[in-house]
Design a protein around this ligand. Structure first.
Ligand SMILES: Nc1nc2c(c(=O)[nH]1)N[C@H]1C(S)=C(S)[C@@H](COP(=O)(O)O)O[C@H]1N2
Ligand SMILES: [Mo]
Length: 339
């Protein structure tokens, strides 16, 4: 299989993009100086991933405050949803590296530096690589995906994420036939992440935070490497510069501020499962019929307009409403045991 050239691929995609978005995107491309970087690679089918991502870099940019980011509309977006107001998405967070109570991450992650930032991809791949986040953001096709976002704590939001499919990234590194699982790791830097330096602030987690998916889950087109929300790059408290979003699973699978991706043959350990295996499984599919040992999962508190205390209760949807796309992945699995 040839390594696809994301640059030429992006141009092709753009031809199918509505004019206004295309124009905005073209302006961004111009601003980033990407146009000049397109030529060297287009004719070389053998281009390695290093070549593909060696487009010239912008001056180092600290992405806090958030920068504008445009995503192509996607048919995989759940576009009929009432959105959770942006200020709530930015303040009602779980990110234990910056404190284990709501509101704390928004405060303690202020000024968290996300440049320079690299992502290492290793293990069962044709060739291990280390990618620079800015090259990744320039080369991958960024889409807007409105998804339901359901925490295992039984609250939910609807968020317009911006990102690219994990599948499109993994295809570039060519997983080997032994790649059955994908493991992810958050940055470990207790100097920058106070929750990693303090047991009580960090909720007793053994850092770094780790997560994992099966290769089939990772390759599903819904699985999004997320770099933004509400038309801008991610805020630190939402997992800048790069986090995972798996919309049919509980939010804790959506690991934030990723620095490592490792493909492997065995199921990798995952943070909440290590902490309390009888409460949090590896699969963590949203399921109204399988309760958490300490509370029901049949309904959820939707965080929308108005006060958090007045938020409405609604029924939990099987696979968070994404069963049509993902139920087949679990047809041979007992979801009561594999929660
Ligand atoms: N590294 C890391 N990733 C994390 C968490 C965390 O504490 N640390 N919390 C998870 C949980 S429980 C949820 S619900 C989501 C919350 O994402 P949000 O704050 O963007 O809504 O992030 C997930 N990713
Ligand atoms: Mo969560």
């Amino acid at each position: 299989m040839l390594i696809k050239n994301p640059l030429s691929w992006q141009l092709k995609e753009n031809q199918a993009t509505p004019e206004t978005i295309y124009k905005q995107r073209r302006d961004i491309v111009k601003k980033l100086g990407l146009a000049a970087a397109i030529t060297p690679f287009t004719s070389n089918a053998q281009a390695s991933l290093f070549d593909v991502f060696s487009a010239k870099k912008d001056p180092v940019a600290v992405m806090d405050p958030r920068q504008d980011l445009v995503g192509r509309p996607s048919s995989l977006s759940t576009s009929d949803l009432e959105l959770t107001p942006e200020p709530k998405v930015l303040t009602y967070n779980n990110f234990y590296e910056f404190g284990s109570s709501k509101g704390q991450p928004a405060e303690l992650a202020k000024g968290f530096e996300t440049r320079p930032w690299t992502i290492e991809i290793t293990g069962e791949v044709a060739k291990s690589v280390t990618l620079d986040i800015d090259d990744v953001m320039k080369n991958m096709m960024i889409e807007e995906r409105i998804y339901r976002h359901r925490c295992v704590e039984a609250w939910s939001m609807n968020v317009p994420w911006l990102g690219f499919t994990l599948a499109s990234l993994l295809k570039l590194v060519k997983p080997t036939s032994k790649a059955k699982y994908v493991a992810f790791e958050t940055l470990y830097d207790p100097k920058k992440m106070p929750g990693q330096a303090s047991y009580s602030l960090g909720g007793g987690i053994d850092y770094p935070y780790v997560e994992g998916l099966t290769i089939e889950e990772a390759m599903n087109p819904l699985t999004l490497m997320t770099v933004g929300l509400y038309g801008k790059t991610l805020a630190p408290q939402n997992g800048a510069p790069l986090r995972l979003i798996v919309p049919w699973k509980y939010g804790f699978k959506g690991i934030k501020s990723i620095v490592k991706i490792h493909l492997l043959e065995q199921q990798p350990p995952t943070t909440w499962n290590l902490l309390a295996a009888e409460e949090y499984g590896f699969y963590a599919n949203v399921n109204p019929n399988v309760d958490h040992p300490r509370w029901s999962q049949a309904s959820e508190r939707f965080i929308g307009e108005g006060s958090l205390f007045s938020s409405r209760r609604q029924k939990t949807l099987m696979f968070n409403g994404y069963g049509e796309q993902v139920a087949s992945l679990y047809k041979n699995l007992d979801l009561t045991k594999n929660y």
